[in-house]
Structure formats: C-alpha cells, structure tokens
Design a protein around this ligand. Sequence first.
Ligand code: LMR
Length: 330
Amino acid sequence: MQIKALAAAFAVALSVNAAWAQAPIVIKFSHVVATDTPKGQAAERFKEQAEKLTRGRVKVEVYPNSQLYKDKEELEALQLGAVQMLAPSLAKFGPLGVKEFEAFDLPYIFPSKAALYAVTEGPIGKSLLKKLEPKGITGLAYWDNGFKIMSANKPLHAPADFRGLKMRIQSSKVLDAQMRALGANPQVLAFSEVYQALQTGVVDGTENPPSNMYTQKMHEVQKHLTVSNHGYLGYAVIVNKKFWDGLPADVRGQLEQAMRDATTFEKAIAQRDNDLALEAIRKAGKTTIYNLTPQEQAAWRTALQPVQRQMESRIGKDLIQSITRETAKK
Ligand code: LMR
C-alpha cells in the first residue's frame, strides 16, 4: 500500500514537472501608443513571429496605449522585471541616465531617412545601445516613426508664432531647448495625458509624427498643424538584460530572428502610415494643415540652430560630430 501511494505521489510530481517544462516563457511587451501605429503594428508582428518561430515556447503579451504603464513607469517596470520588453522613443532615455540618445532629437539632424538609417544601423547606433547595458537593459533594434509636425490652436508659420505657447514635449532636454529657442514654454507630459491636456488647455500645442497625432485624436482638439519636419521620432526596442541572458540560447536566437523580421516590417510601413494619417487628418476637416514656404523653413532653421551648440555638453560634441559626418555621406 505504502509503495503504491509513493508511486502515485511520484507520478503526480512528474506530471507537475512536465507541465512546468511546457509552460511557455512569457514576454510582456508594454508600449504607450495605439495598436494602429507603426510601433503598435510592429509589436504585433513581433508577437506573431516570436510565437511561430519558437513553436509556442514563447508567448508574447502586448499591452498598447499605456494600458500597463505610462512613459516613466514603463522604464522602471522593465528594470524591475515586471515587464520584459518595451520600445520607448529615443527622447525618453535621459531620465535613465543615457542622455546620448537625445542626439536624435536635435532639430534637423537627419536630412533624410537614409541618413538616419546610416546612424541607427551603423557603429554609432550599436555603440549607443551598448550604453544601456550597465542599466540592466539590452537594446535589440531601432524602430522608426518619422519626422514631426507641430500643432496648436493658432497658425504656426514663423518662429514668432510660438512665443508664449505652452508646448507639450517628451522628457528630452533637447526638446526643451528646441521649444525655448522658438520662444515657447515646454512642458513635459506623459504621452497618455496629451489629448486631455490639449483639450482642457493645460498646454496649447505639441509635436509628433502624424500617425501618433491621428491615432490619439489630437487633431480634434488642435485647429492648426504645420508640416515642419523639424525633428525626428524613433524608438529603441529594449529588453530586461537578466531575462534576455537567461533565455535558452536557441530561443534567444529565434527571438532575434523574430525581431529582425518585425524591424524590417516596421521600417517598411512607417512612412506610409504617417502619410495616410496626415491624409486622414486632412479629410476629418477639423484642422488646417500648413506647409512651410522655403523662406519660412529657413527662418525655422535659423531659430533652431543654437540648440545643437547648447546641447553639446549634455550629449557630447564628439557624438554630434560623428552623426553629422555619417549623415553627410548620404
Ligand atoms: C510621445 O510623444 O510621447 C510619443 O512619441 C510616444 C511614442 O512612443 O511614439
């Protein structure tokens, strides 16, 4: 009898172990934008590929729209291991102590997407991701969004039009300097709070690529929008380093492959999504869309020129120079 009972207990223990062995590895992927954006769609694509390539050994749970965490909290949650994967914009790494990413926010630093890719896909991009490791973070890829437009409830044609406006920015000090150079008062707010802040007049205006503006309905509370393309918005896809290093090597390889696929997909849709979003804003008919004349563009460039010099000591003169050298080749 005793032997039988022991055998039964052993069998139960074995089946519990087997169940454990089969339990999928869960990756919680948190982000702050809508699913219907370049980043949101790429996160879904990564999920699909990761689950397919690992044959279900990995389950990816995507939490869009700040459902789990807002901007600042999500980085803390990643470091604590409460989530495993994020794709914050490059403008949000300053509070983590990696200020160099703010180089991506410098006005007019990338003359084209080709120039941008030369940086993100070359040695500069790689060395920037390496700077995350002492923070317990592994950088996997850069995802693209696009060049930013400006919005407010008044026309924004000349730098003087910004005087005294309260403009929502991400946490980057470069963006703070950019808005000040235009004579505006920058205000840092989490992305999830922007629509309401615009609606209630807590801030007067903001900047973002069209896909973010449209999917958050910002155009419904902003009467004027200027296609200024004055700065860039992109992302670093990052994981908790301890989690990543602890994965079985074959699984990590499959996830790297899934990330390569999602990254190619993301880059292919980013521009088109932004063009479509701008068109949708135009069709919604609530916002006047303005394209700067060449003279106005020149005036914006002149007004924003001092920002680079001002930010040299924060970001590093050498880094800015190496970006400028790389982009000049394109
Ligand atoms: C923001 O303005 O906070 C956005 O750029 C958010 C995002 O992740 O695109």
